[in-house]
Design a protein around this ligand. Structure first.
Ligand code: BG6
Length: 477
C-alpha cells in the first residue's frame, strides 16, 4: 500500500515569517509586523500589551524576515529541486487590501502572488494557500477591534472573492485560518485581539471565533462556486492530550483539553456547535451573538479536508504536585517523563502523530493533510557553511514513519505532508531566527545581520530522496 500515488509532499511557510518587504508594493501594516523579539513578544501576541505601531526600543523581525519578497524565484527553484509536489504559503491580507476595508484590491499585491503561483506552476508545484496565517491589517484592528466585530466577515469575504477569482486555475487547495484554535492562546497574533482593562476575555475570544467560523463557511461556499475544483480545509494546532495517569480525573482533564481545540473543527467539519461547547459557554456566562443565517451557513458549507500542525502531544493532570510544565507550541503542557525534548523544550513524540491522526480521522472521517511538522533547532554551519543536521533528519524520519503507519496499518486517508519552515524563517513563538526548521539555511541572525544567502543543509538531499521514493526510503545515508 503506502502513500497515495498523488501524495502531496512539500514544505510550508507563512507570509509574515518569510516575506519581509513589510512596506513594499503598497502593503499595509498588519498585527504580525508588530510582534517584537525579546520579553515583550509574549505580552504583545497574547493581547496584554498594546503595540499598535513600531517603536525605537524593539526589534521587529517580520519587517525584513528572510526577504522572500525578492528571493522567491530562487527559493521556489530550490523547492523544485527537492521535488516538492506542493508548497504551502500564506497570503498577506494587507498586500491585497492594505487597510482591509477597501472595495478595490491593490493590484501590486495581487500580481506578487500571481507571480509566485506561476513560478510554482512552472515546476509542477501545486500551491496550498493559507488565506490568513495569523495576519490582520492594523487598520481593521484599530477601527473595528479586528475579529471581535461582525463586519470582519464581510471584509474577509471580499478578500476571498478577489483571490478565488484572480487565482482560478492557479490554486485549488485553500486553508481558511491557520491554527484557528490559536485565537484562545495568542489572541493578538492569531486574530488581532487586544484587550482593554477589565474586559471579559473569554467572551471576546469566543465571539471573535464565531465570526471566523462563519467567515470560513462563507469562504468554502464561494470557493466552490468560483471553481468546483477548489478544495477547502480547516487548520488546527493539533496534538492529542494524554492523561498523566489513569486516574479518571486526569483522563477527564485530557478530554476537556482536547475538546477546547476540537470545538473549532467540530463546527467547521460537522457544521454545528457541539452540545458540550454550548453548555460550557452557558455555564461560563458567554453569550454569542449568533444568527439563524450564521447557523445555516455553518451547517451547509463544511470543509473538504482537515489540515493540522503537529509538533508534540500534550499532557494533562489535576494533581498539583505534578504540574511541572514544559514549553510547547505557544501554550505549555505538563511535562511527559517518557519523552525527550527539543532545545526549546518541545517534547518529541512521533507516535503521538499517529495517535493524533487516528483521533482526527475517527472523529471527522474526512481526508487529513499534515501541513506543519518539524524540529526547531540551532544549526551551526561548518567552515564551508554546510549544516549537517542529522538531528532534523532523525526527527522527520521518525514522524514520517509514524504517519506511514497511520496510513498503512490504520487506514487513515492522508492527502499530503508539508514540513514546517522548509526554508529557515522567523519563529512565530519567539521571533528568533536561530530557531531553524529548514532544509535550506538562510544566513541571517536574531538581530537581523547576515547576507541572506541560501544554502542546502544535509536534510535537503535526504528529503529529496524521501519524496522521490514516495516516503519509502527514510534512511539517513
Ligand atoms: C505554528 C505556526 O504554530 O508553529 C507557525 O503555524 C509557527 O507559524 C510554527 O512558526 C512553529 O512555531 P515556532 O514558534 O517555533 O515558530
Amino acid at each position: 500500500m503506502g502513500f497515495r500515488e498523488d501524495f502531496l509532499w512539500g514544505g510550508a511557510t507563512a507570509a509574515n515569517q518569510c516575506e519581509g518587504g513589510y512596506n513594499k508594493g503598497g502593503r499595509g501594516l498588519a498585527n504580525v509586523d508588530l510582534a517584537p523579539t525579546g520579553k515583550d513578544r509574549f505580552p504583545v501576541i497574547t493581547g496584554e500589551m498594546k503595540m499598535f505601531d513600531f517603536d525605537d526600543e524593539h526589534f521587529y523581525p517580520a519587517k525584513e524576515a528572510i526577504d522572500m519578497y525578492t528571493h522567491f524565484k530562487e527559493d521556489i527553484a530550490l523547492f523544485a529541486e527537492m521535488g516538492f509536489k506542493t508548497y504551502r504559503l500564506s497570503i498577506a491580507w494587507s498586500r491585497i487590501f492594505p487597510k482591509g476595508d477597501e472595495k478595490e484590491p491593490n493590484e501590486e499585491g495581487l500580481k506578487f502572488y500571481e507571480d509566485i503561483f506561476k513560478e510554482c506552476q512552472k515546476y509542477g508545484i501545486e500551491p496550498l494557500v493559507t488565506i490568513t496565517h495569523f495576519d490582520c491589517p492594523m487598520h481593521l484592528v484599530e477601527k473595528y477591534g479586528a475579529w471581535r466585530s461582525r463586519e470582519m466577515i464581510g471584509f474577509y469575504e471580499n478578500l476571498c472573492r478577489v483571490i478565488f477569482n484572480r487565482y482560478k486555475g492557479l490554486v485549488k487547495y485553500w486553508l481558511t485560518f491557520n491554527e484557528i484554535n490559536m485565537i484562545l492562546h495568542a489572541p493578538f497574533m492569531g486574530a488581532g485581539l487586544y484587550f482593554e482593562e477589565g474586559e471579559n476575555k473569554e467572551q471576546v475570544k469566543y465571539q471573535a471565533a464565531h465570526h471566523e467560523l462563519v467567515a470560513s463557511a462563507i469562504a468554502t461556499k464561494i470557493a466552490h462556486e468560483v471553481d468546483p475544483e477548489n478544495q477547502v480545509g480547516c487548520m488546527l494546532a493539533a496534538g492529542t492530550n494524554y492523561p498523566y495517569t489513569c486516574n479518571p480525573e486526569d483522563v477527564w482533564a485530557a478530554k476537556k483539553s482536547d475538546r477546547e481545540n476540537y470545538f473549532f473543527i467540530d463546527v467547521q467539519s460537522r457544521g454545528e456547535y457541539p452540545a458540550y461547547a454550548l453548555l460550557k459557554m452557558e455555564r461560563e456566562g458567554i453569550v454569542i451573538d449568533m444568527t439563524e443565517e450564521d447557523l445555516a451557513l455553518l451547517k451547509e458549507y463544511t470543509v473538504d479536508f482537515i489540515s493540522f500542525s503537529y509538533y508534540s502531544s500534550r499532557v494533562q493532570t489535576t494533581d498539583p504536585e505534578l504540574l511541572e510544565q514544559t514549553a510547547g507550541n505557544i501554550f505549555a503542557s505538563v511535562k511527559n517523563p517518557y519523552l525527550p525534548a527539543s532545545e526549546w523544550g518541545w517534547q518529541i513524540d512521533p507516535l503521538g502523530l499517529r495517535i493524533t491522526m487516528n483521533d482526527l480521522y475517527d472523529r471527522y472521517q474526512k481526508p487529513l493533510f499534515i501541513v506543519e511538522n518539524g524540529l526547531g533547532a540551532v544549526d551551526t554551519p561548518d567552515e564551508n557553511g554546510y549544516v549537517a543536521d542529522d538531528y532534523r533528519i532523525e526527527y522527520l524520519a521518525a514522524h514520517i514513519e509514524a504517519m506511514r503507519d497511520a496510513v498503512e496499518l490504520d487506514g487513515v486517508d492522508l492527502m499530503g505532508y508539508t514540513s514546517w519552515g522548509c526554508i529557515d524563517l522567523v519563529s512565530a513563538g519567539t521571533g528568533e531566527m536561530k530557531k531553524r526548521y529548514g532544509f535550506i539555511y538562510v544566513d541571517r541572525d536574531n538581530e537581523g545581520n547576515g547576507t541572506l544567502k541560501r544554502s542546502k543543509k544535509k536534510s535537503f538531499d535526504w528529503y529529496k530522496k524521501v519524496i522521490a521514493t514516495n516516503g519509502q526510503d527514510l534512511e539517513n545515508n
